[in-house]
Design a protein around this ligand. Structure first.
Ligand code: HEM
Length: 134
């Protein structure tokens, strides 16, 4: 499996465990105020990252490109900041609002980069040779 796909699955399972832990904590405490952090951790973390990893596993040539790792780091950095910041904001820490805003935009940039990867051709464009045809 390509390295970026492996990394995506490993990161996804970490977000899944954290997302479940937040969900269980909400269920046990009957306090659902952090529902947004739980839902985003599971959906942007576990679900979306597993889809990204699956796509790269099915498209190993695209996964080898530098942009695949760049996209992974941008998206993962954004989500790693968003989940705790959103959690704290929902718990009443209003100072976290700009952090949530900026990390959301970073995640959006990661999503746009993934769209670029999906729409880019499988094989790199063949540049015509400079040598004259005989
Ligand atoms: C053991 C695992 C899980 C537990 C204990 C759990 C628990 C909860 C609880 C207590 C709520 C609040 C319900 C409410 O206030 O109406 C909730 C909402 C939610 N959960 Fe989970 N959850 C789990 C796994 C997941 C997973 C795997 C996903 C997504 C892949 C997910 C996505 C959501 C979403 C989107 C909501 C918001 C639903 C709404 O607003 O109608 N949860 N969960």
């Amino acid at each position: 499996m390509p390295r970026v796909a492996e990394l995506y699955f490993k990161t996804a399972i970490v977000f899944f465990i954290i997302g479940i832990a937040i969900g269980l904590n909400m269920a046990i405490s009957h306090d659902h105020t952090v529902i947004g952090a739980h839902a985003h951790c599971n959906l942007l973390g576990w679900v979306s990252m597993a889809i990204f990893g699956g796509y790269h596993a099915l498209n190993p040539k695209k996964a080898e490109r530098r942009i695949a790792m760049v996209q992974y780091y941008i998206y993962t950095a954004g989500l790693t900041v968003l989940v705790p910041a959103l959690y704290m904001m929902l718990r009443g820490n209003a100072a976290m609002e700009p952090v949530v805003a900026v990390s959301s935009l970073i995640i959006f940039a990661g999503a746009l980069l993934f769209a670029f990867i999906i729409f880019s051709p499988k094989e790199p464009a063949i540049t015509p040779s400079a040598a004259p045809l005989r």
